[in-house]
Design a protein around this ligand. Structure first.
Ligand code: KIV
Ligand code: ZN
Length: 390
């Protein structure tokens, strides 16, 4: 039986691009949007059209070229924002307006200096107005993570009645614990009248390193859309990382959930976004980091050489990485050295390996990593000159 689908809403070009130094021009955004469409994301949040003329143009151009995904534009719960977003999305095959307002007491008191009743009124008017332009309107309750569940349910019920098709429950400040966030989603599912007419969406920030865990808790409790970015980029500590949630769902069949993502494009997409934004990916980043499939300790290398699955839960090919890397360091053993020596042309006897290994250790103590060129030098020192020594 086919698994239930979780929609992937990519916000690399909106929340991701808000990161200082990550600004892209329209041409760069178009290249990324085309790749996201090919990757199989369901929704591309192309920008915040009223925020600048450049962002408006980018949303217009992205809307023209995207073939499969829904193209979405962000707005505040403000008429003019909604009109500008509708104009920017007019060429989209599947347009979505993403409108919303802060719902936590902190936002209501400090940002809006309003009452809860006024917030509900503004939310309802924004959704109803957006529905006069498009059929697909997503509502975000900003800072939902710190919003009292009972009030959040009231807001959600009111905006669903006004025509919202998707309910975004952002943990804007990355505050929630996974159990708490999951319980919030479940509470809304159980207490919002008309909830079956809308899709619940997770939008989690990573301030405490819990964005991915919270999004997964959300879908386990009934959300069916995850908002995320390539490489987890985004405001402050970032957003939920697209590659992580996609692979978690794929590697855990018991969750009975999947996405439409072509995971084989994950690695190249990560590199493309990183290069285009000038934002390096940390080497130990899950799924797409340079070390995600690299093994350097002797015990692990011996296991991986015998059978990859001893220390790898994902086949690197499934995310577009050509092969696992056996990195030679002072912690590496004979198995790893023999494996790498063979790759560069030396098939060593047991006796030769004993000699070469001693020389290798001296090299490795001096260097952080022993590379192919060093292997040739070690062979030279050990007087193993034939390319296929036996
Ligand atoms: O984090 C957040 O609350 C947001 C909303 C604007 C959706 O990015
Ligand atoms: Zn956000």
């Amino acid at each position: 039986m086919s698994k239930e689908k979780v929609q992937i809403f990519d916000t690399t070009l909106r929340d991701g691009e808000q990161v200082p130094g990550c600004k892209l021009n329209t041409k760069q955004k178009l290249v990324i949007a085309e790749r996201l469409d090919e990757l199989g994301v369901d929704v591309i949040e192309a920008g915040f059209p009223i925020s600048s003329p450049g962002d408006f143009t980018s949303v217009v151009e992205i809307a023209k070229i995207v073939k499969n995904a829904t193209v979405c534009g962000l707005t505040r719960a403000v008429k003019k924002d909604i009109e500008v977003a509708a104009e920017a999305l007019k060429f989209a095959k599947r347009p979505r307006i993403h409108t919303g307002i802060g719902t936590s007491d902190s936002h209501i008191t400090h940002k809006f200096k309003a009452t809860r009743e006024e917030i509900i009124e503004r939310a309802v008017s924004a959704v109803a107005y957006a529905r006069t332009f498009v059929d697909d309107v997503e509502f975000y309750a900003e800072d939902a993570g710190r919003t009292d569940n009972e009030f959040l349910a009231q807001v959600c019920e009111a905006v669903v009645a006004a025509g919202a098709t998707v309910l975004n429950i952002p943990d804007t400040t990355g505050y929630c614990l996974p159990e708490e966030y999951g319980a919030k989603i479940k509470y809304l599912r159980d207490n919002v009248k008309g909830i079956e007419k809308a899709t619940l969406s997770c939008h989690c920030h990573n301030d405490l390193g819990l964005a991915t865990a919270n999004s997964i808790a959300g879908v386990i409790n009934g959300a069916r859309q995850i908002e995320c970015t390539i490489n987890g980029i985004g405001e402050r500590a970032g957003n939920t990382s697209l590659e992580e949630v996609v692979m978690i769902l794929r590697q855990h069949p018991t969750l009975d959930l999947d996405t439409n993502i072509n995971s084989r494009l994950l690695y190249s997409t990560s590199r493309m976004v990183s290069e285009s934004m000038g934002m390096p990916v940390q080497p130990n980043k899950a799924i797409v980091g340079a070390n995600a499939f690299a093994h350097s300790s002797g015990i692990h290398q011996d296991g991986v050489i015998k059978n990859r699955e001893t220390y790898e839960i994902i086949d690197p090919a499934d995310v577009g990485v050509t092969e696992s890397a056996i990195v030679l360091t002072a912690r590496s053993g004979r198995a790893a050295l023999a494996y790498r020596a063979k790759k560069v042309g030396y098939e060593l006897t047991k006796l030769q390996l004993d000699v070469v290994y001693q020389e290798f250790l001296k090299f490795a103590d001096r260097k952080k990593e022993v590379i192919d060129q060093d292997i040739h030098e070690i062979m030279h020192v050990c007087k193993i000159t034939e390319a296929r020594a036996v």
